[in-house]
Write a protein that binds this ligand. Structure first.
Ligand code: FE
Length: 199
């Protein structure tokens, strides 16, 4: 088994993926057109804007936020966000005392309906292994220096649970509407590798 893994490691991931797709198509388990459309939808149409809408609503609607933290999946579905890799969404809230960051140590589990497809660094084995062991150092390298007073929690997403970070609302946005807040909220802030910057 370990020999097989070593051999496969030398074959580029694109080729391995193509071979797997060919096999699935050949056996009639997937339809290539359906697959292409599926990828296009998540690569182009579903993106971090969905997550940003959830965050902006949570910042401006306390009852929505309460529901969101209690049951992520059903609450984001209120806004129409559901589908594959979104069946078990758990929302973790950042505060002055606690900063949350998300990873999938095993592969690349990610809340697709809220954030689209994951960025390439999220799938990188280096990020996946290091953020668990030394989150502060990894975050600092990504440009996020956290105060020692703030606890850092790393959440490992899986097929069972897809975590999503509710970032802190920045100071200076008190008078802003839900609609105006949306563009401030970045994908990185909802993974927990950045903060939402004040406008
Ligand atoms: Fe995964």
């Amino acid at each position: 088994m370990s020999n097989e893994l070593t051999v496969n490691d030398h074959i580029p991931i694109e080729l391995r993926t193509e071979a797997l797709e060919d096999l699935l198509v050949e056996r009639g388990l997937v339809d290539r057109t359906v697959m292409d459309n599926f990828i296009k939808t998540y690569a182009q149409d579903v993106g971090p804007l969905n997550g940003a809408k959830v965050v902006a609503k949570a910042w401006t609607d306390p009852e929505f936020k309460e529901r969101l933290l209690a049951n992520g999946t059903t609450t984001v579905a209120e806004l129409g966000f559901k589908g594959p890799q979104g069946e078990h969404i758990v929302v973790v809230e950042n505060s002055d005392d606690l900063h949350n960051v998300i990873v999938c140590t095993l592969c690349s589990c990610y809340p697709w309906p809220l954030l689209g497809l994951p960025p390439s660094w999220y799938k990188d084995p280096v990020y996946r292994s290091r953020v668990v062991k030394e989150p502060r150092a990894v975050l600092a390298e990504m440009g996020l220096d956290l105060p020692d007073s703030q606890q850092v929690k790393v959440w490992d997403s899986s097929s069972e649970v897809r975590f999503f970070v509710l970032p802190q609302r920045p100071a200076g946005t008190e008078g802003m509407s839900e609609e105006d807040l949306v563009p401030l909220i970045t994908r990185e802030s909802m993974i927990g590798v950045a903060l939402v910057a004040a406008p």
